[in-house]
Structures are given as C-alpha cells and as structure tokens.
Design a binder for this molecule. Sequence first.
Ligand code: FMN
Length: 334
Amino acid sequence: MQPGDPVKIEMAPFQGITNLVFREVFTCHFTGVNKLLTPFFTSIHKQNLSTSRSKELLHVSEHGIPVVPQILSKDADEMLRFAGFCQQLGFDEINWNMGCPYPRVARKGRGSGMLPHPDKVEEILSQIMPELPLKLSVKLRLGYENPDEILNLIPVFNHFPLEELAIHARVGKQLYKGSANFTAFERAMQQSTIPVGYNGDIFTKKDYLKVNDLFPKLSFVMLGRGLLADPFLPATIKQQPVPELAEQKQLIRRFVDDLYFERRKQHRDGLQTLGNMKEYWWYLSFSFSNPHKVFSRVKKVKSFNDYEDAVNSLFSDFEWVGHQANLFKKEKNK
Ligand SMILES: Cc1cc2nc3c(=O)[nH]c(=O)nc-3n(C[C@H](O)[C@H](O)[C@H](O)COP(=O)(O)O)c2cc1C
C-alpha cells in the first residue's frame, strides 16, 4: 500500500473462536476491519448444510463488513456444492483453505497438504472456475515442507480469475513456530498477477509498518492473533481514533461481557460457553499486564459463577496494556 492509500484489513479465521457470534459482537464494538473470513467448513456431503452449520452462515455481512465463508476441501464437486449453497444465502465470495498445517489434514492432501501438488490445484480450478457462481479467493502458506513450493503454484493461480491470495508467510510444517519468511513471500508476490495480501505475526502497528515498508504493493493485510489479543489493533493501524488505555479497558470489558452472554444464548446456557471463552482468553490475556496470571484465573473456572468472579477479579487486579507491550511476541520468542 502506498502512503495515503487506505489499508485494507481482513480478520483471519480461527476455528473455535471467530464464529458468527464473535464476528457479530466484535464488529459491534470495534472498527478497522474490511473483511471477515469464517473458520473453515468441511465435509459438505449434501446439497444443504446441517442446521447448526448453516446457522453459522446466517449473516452475509456484519455491520456492513462482508463475510467470506471458507472451505477446506480437495474435491471439486464438494466445492461447487458449498459455493452453490453460499450463493443461495447471498454471499458473493468464498475462500479456499490451503493453509491448514495440521498433519491429520495435510496428510490427506488438504489444507497446506495441497501446496506441493500444483497439478491437483490446476485440475480442481479448471473444474470449478467455469461453473463457480461467486468469487473465489485463496488463503495459503508458502508451502508444506519448502517455501519454494508456492513458486509452482502461483503460475497456476495466474491462469484463473481469482479474487485474491492471502499468504501466511510460513510453511505448513512450521505450524506457528519460527519466523515468517519475508524473502519467500516477496518472491511469490512478485510472481503473482492476482492481488496478494500478507498474513503472519502482525502483533503491533510497528509490525504492520515493517511489512508495509517491505511490500508496498500489498493489497491487504490479514490479522489473526494480534487482532484477537488487541481488538484495537486494526483501528490503530488505520490511524483511526483509539481511546486511552484506561478507556480501552472499559470497552474491552463490555466486549468480553457481550461475547460471553451472546455465547451463552447461542449454547442455551450450555457449559461449552466456558470452553469457548477460555480459548479466546488465551489470546486476550496477552494484552494485560500479566498474561499468565490472567489466563490462569480464567482457565480453571468450571461454572458460570466462577467465570464471572474470575473476570471481575482480573479486570480489577491487572492493567490493560494493549499491543504496545508486545507481550505476545515475547511469549512466542521464548
Ligand atoms: C486455533 C487456530 C485456528 C485457526 N483456524 C483457521 C481456519 O479455520 N482457517 C484458516 O484459514 N486459518 C486458520 N488459522 C490460521 C489463522 O487464520 C492465521 O492464518 C494464523 O494464525 C497466522 O496469522 P497471525 O500470525 O496473524 O495469527 C487458525 C489458527 C489457529 C491458531
């Protein structure tokens, strides 16, 4: 992005966290995001999704921000079924997950396991693109074993009218370890005629500025853990007005409370709300003065009363320090 151009920011998908309730509540409280990807859908065996899964796709946008359903698949027919279903619901783009690093997914040639197989990717795209009723974007890594794998894929992508590529600058085998590979990302970006976005380890505004400096031609950035830890990060990057830390803390409190009560509604007061909230608190705790203590208070709760007491106490005992403290990065580099 050139100086003065508005930065486009996409929210990265997180299975188990960024579901419909999260997207809805997040966009109610925070600004700065331009696109919301859903966590991946898989095993689309029938023409229709089950009720519980289709409920996740009830909103094609949240507060005017488009939602893009994601599919994890290596089957052209399944992808077309999913696309048809999403089109009926009113979506105008779907995203293909070629980034999932987990061995049980990758071993079956799905997610990042698809990256070493450009022929297979070409076969699928040739089958689906002529019939696809909506736009297709791809979220991928640089490769599964080797960051050069992407160099055989980009020429394949270039043959098709894809909407955009969001590239997480790691290989699948790394999972989330080690650092992002800027050199390999740059090579891939230079080869691509499709708009490219950067994903990986943007935890602070400084991280964003570095990425933007290195790759001024980026079409967008995708924020994951950095945004979960500090929901004010997108607005900060965009230089939108962001309140002082003390006020941020109050707004974060309102946000997590809304999220908690909406999740309780979603699960009809089922205890899986606690599991969901714990998963989210693992990220959010990194923007408090003592992440480990904050998380350990939430981690051990077993009832709604325990949870509410833990949240009350941690908000009174710990400071909200936001992303400036860079605690996430410190943890990652331990
Ligand atoms: C728990 C967890 C769940 C994830 N779920 C998905 C998913 O459903 N689809 C996807 O494309 N990426 C998924 N990701 C990857 C993130 O979207 C993102 O690409 C990754 O965290 C790197 O970006 P970051 O460094 O900004 O966090 C997941 C990551 C984690 C840690």
